[in-house]
Design a protein around this ligand. Sequence first.
Ligand code: ZN
Length: 57
Amino acid sequence: MTGTELRRPAERSCERCGRRETWADGGWRVRAVGEVFCVHEWDINGSFAPLRLADDA
Ligand SMILES: [Zn+2]
């Protein structure tokens, strides 16, 4: 069962530079490039908190 797939956000945007990406075909597709050297602060649809490190544990 792939529960993580259901919780994966479909869109994310950077609060700092305005970069926008959408999830498609197993990867993030860039919709707006934003700032190349930005340490992106992702806002995932306003509520989703990414737990990438926890998923690896
Ligand atoms: Zn950014």
